[in-house]
Design a protein around this ligand. Structure first.
Ligand code: ATP
Ligand code: MG
Length: 378
């Protein structure tokens, strides 16, 4: 068993992250990718931006994740009237009496481990400028000329809409501070909607928690994961292929992607980075939020994870089958069941990892439900 620090061993640390991942995914509906995104960012020491319509569970997800990490937290909802005082702390009145301008940062963004900034693009210029520096450099000068290192490990920003290219330099610079960015979509599947409507509680029950020290240990462990030659080659091919598609993620973004993929590989329990771990880079390697994310995901899936792409396609077919299927129409239900069984056979023929097993289990469960419902209907 490899020791990271005298107190934290790699296996139990990994198991803690895995447990949190399971606990969150068990309750939050169709938020597996977002959970992975935030945990990866936490391990990679990067920030995350989630954009989605009101009520799609962004706050619930973030609150739940912040609940499982110990350490100090700061949340704020930005409006154009929010003042810098509310984010970085008020000016000290006693210092002002001595003609000194110093902020009291206790409990505010410069002094916390984790922060959640809701409506992150709605702040005034003064706030946005302040965030630019804080998020990038993680240092803050309270006014006394001393730039102090901040403990900030993760900032998650949320918004209902993407900043448009016309909204100016400040917003695009802030947008670029988030290494991982994702559109959160409302629940898509029939099963998911049933759970949303009828499940008694949608608040995750957490069976473990992680301390800031453990986050730091995970970061160091992830940093030491090597990249396999195949994964290196795949990343280089992806960047070339994206350039052919007219997608040119900036140099800083490309560099950060290397660390993000490493962190994801660690979260997946890998000993080294393999091509399939590049899937997470679909949330890093683009600039235009409207046109590019889907293209980037396709290029990455094609180059690095064709099996993952096939699983997604088959799961999509499953939803198309069970969503509109009328189980009281026995002929229709039988047809859907036959197609589901065929999809299960196709999945069985693939070689893969945990995701494949989960997909197969899901299809088998749907098949069972369909058969039971048909029997009951008779
Ligand atoms: N995917 C989901 N899984 C579980 N619960 C969900 C999901 N989506 C929505 N909900 C339910 O809807 C509620 C509202 O979600 P939440 O407040 O987190 O949305 P939001 O995306 O933060 O909205 P806003 O953009 O208005 O802040 C949740 O507390 C939960 O009860
Ligand atoms: Mg919210």
């Amino acid at each position: 068993m490899k020791l990271l620090t005298p107190k934290i061993d790699r296996d139990s640390l990994f198991e803690k992250f895995a447990q949190i991942r399971r606990d969150l995914a068990a309750t939050l509906i169709e938020r597996d990718e977002e959970i992975d995104l935030i945990l990866t960012a936490l391990i990679a020491h990067e920030h995350v931006l989630l954009v989605g319509p009101p009520g799609c569970g962004k706050s619930l997800l973030l609150d739940s994740i912040l609940q499982c990490v110990g350490g100090s937290k700061f949340s704020v909802l930005l409006t154009k009237f929010t003042t810098p005082e509310e984010v970085v702390g008020p000016v000290s009145l006693s210092a002002l009496k001595d003609d000194r301008f110093v902020r009291v940062t206790t409990g505010k963004l410069p002094q916390v481990d984790f922060s959640f900034i809701d409506e992150v693009f709605k702040g005034s210029s003064a706030i946005l400028n302040c965030l630019l520096k804080i998020l990038n450099e993680r240092v803050f000068d309270a006014g006394d000329g001393i730039a102090k290192a901040m403990p900030l490990k993760l900032c998650v920003g949320a918004s209902n809409e993407w900043p448009s290219p016309e909204t100016g330099k400040e917003l695009s610079a802030l947008f670029d501070r988030f290494a991982l960015r994702k559109t959160v979509t409302p629940i898509r599947t029939h099963v998911g909607r049933q759970r949303l409507l009828w499940e008694r509680s949608l608040t995750p029950k957490l069976s473990t928690s992680i301390t800031p020290m453990e986050v730091e240990a995970a970061r160091r462990a992830a940093e030491s994961l090597p990249w396999s030659p195949e994964a290196r080659e795949a990343l280089e091919s992806i960047i070339k292929e994206l350039a052919r598609e007219g997608i040119h993620p900036g140099d800083r973004r490309q560099r950060k992607t290397v660390g993000v993929v490493r962190a994801y590989a660690w979260l997946e329990g890998a000993e080294d980075v393999q091509p399939e771990h590049l899937e997470i880079a679909a949330h890093c390697l683009w600039d235009d939020p409207i046109e590019q994310p889907q293209k980037v995901a396709q290029v990455i899936a094609k180059v690095a994870n064709p099996t993952g792409m096939r699983i997604n396609q088959l799961l999509f077919e499953v939803e198309q089958l069970i969503g509109p299927c009328d189980i009281h129409d026995l002929a229709e239900a039988a047809k859907a069941a036959a197609k589901l069984a065929e999809i299960e056979r196709q999945l069985a023929s693939l070689k893969g990892n945990g995701r494949l097993d989960r997909a197969r289990a899901y299809v088998r469960e749907q098949l069972k439900k369909l058969k039971m419902a048909s029997i009951e209907a008779i």
